[in-house]
Design a binder for this molecule. Structure first.
Ligand SMILES: Nc1ncnc2c1ncn2[C@@H]1O[C@H](COP(=O)(O)OP(=O)(O)O)[C@@H](O)[C@H]1O
Ligand SMILES: [Mg+2]
Length: 238
């Protein structure tokens, strides 16, 4: 369970998040909203990259005050809108970057990496340099990095961006497995409403930094306020 309580973030005169609260109780949950709504800011706050007022709790444990560098060890993983993988490292070594800072013994970490490579289909290419991979394969490495080191919260920021529909669908299937493989509560940001409605049980909708809807995904997507916020946006971004 991830509990966001009264999150507020301001940049100069801009209120990027305005008193946002939501309790995500399902294995895979969504965050949607038009461009500039505050979705990435929400992830940055959960990651500890941005200071905010309010609380962030995971199963009643307050993590909102942990420094960002401690949150990886604690169990936080995320993908970025542009993948943050190292081109001059192999796929396996990109996973070791995470495993180096997370708890556990050598054998357990090796098994963990193997499981992540198997789950993402990257095992045969474990020693390929990341710089040789295409966009979809890079995205798979991003997912594999989120699977290792016993994560508790895994977040994906627009995982389907720049992918074909078929690739986005395959990535969606993989994201659905993240909680099964790791036990982590998973949050997905995307403009692709089809993807969100297929894989996310509960969804938070933001607009201009405010929560405009939250709850079971189908109900939220049918909400007239949500439809109004999306008018004209969906064609541009999906
Ligand atoms: N580092 C920053 N400095 C100033 N303004 C920012 C910064 N990051 C985001 N913002 C502003 O905060 C608002 C929310 O941005 P963001 O969370 O990136 O939106 P989304 O991911 O939903 O498209 C936007 O108005 C954006 O311009
Ligand atoms: Mg964003």
């Amino acid at each position: 369970m991830i509990e966001l309580v009264d999150l507020t973030v301001t940049f100069g005169g801009v209120t990027a998040l305005d008193n946002v609260s939501a309790v995500f109780t399902k294995p895979v949950n969504g965050i949607i909203g038009p461009n500039g709504a505050g979705k990435t800011t929400t992830m940055n706050v959960i990651s500890g990259f941005l200071k905010c007022s309010g609380h962030i709790r995971y199963n009643d444990e307050e993590i909102g005050r942990l420094p960002a560098y401690k949150r990886t060890r604690w169990g936080l993983r995320r993908s970025f809108q542009r993948e943050q993988i190292a081109d001059d490292l192999s796929i396996l070594d990109n996973l070791k970057v995470i495993l180096d800072v997370t708890p556990g013994g050598r054998a357990q970490k090796a098994a963990d990496a193997e499981q992540a490579l198997e789950a993402t289909g990257l095992a045969p290419r474990a020693h390929t340099m990341a710089g040789e991979l295409n966009t979809f394969e890079r995205r798979l490495v991003d997912v594999a990095r989120c699977l290792v080191g016993k994560p508790k919260i895994v977040m994906f920021d627009e995982p389907g961006g720049g992918l074909s529909r078929e690739e986005a669908a395959r990535l969606g299937d993989l994201i659905l497995k993240v909680p099964e493989i790791t036990g982590a509560t998973t949050l997905v940001i995307d403009h692709d409403v089809d993807l969100i409605s297929r894989i996310c049980a509960e969804t938070l909708v933001l607009d201009f930094g405010k929560r405009i809807a939250f709850g079971e995904t189908a109900a939220v997507l049918g909400d007239p306020k949500v439809k109004a916020a999306y008018l004209g946006v969906e064609e541009v971004d999906s």
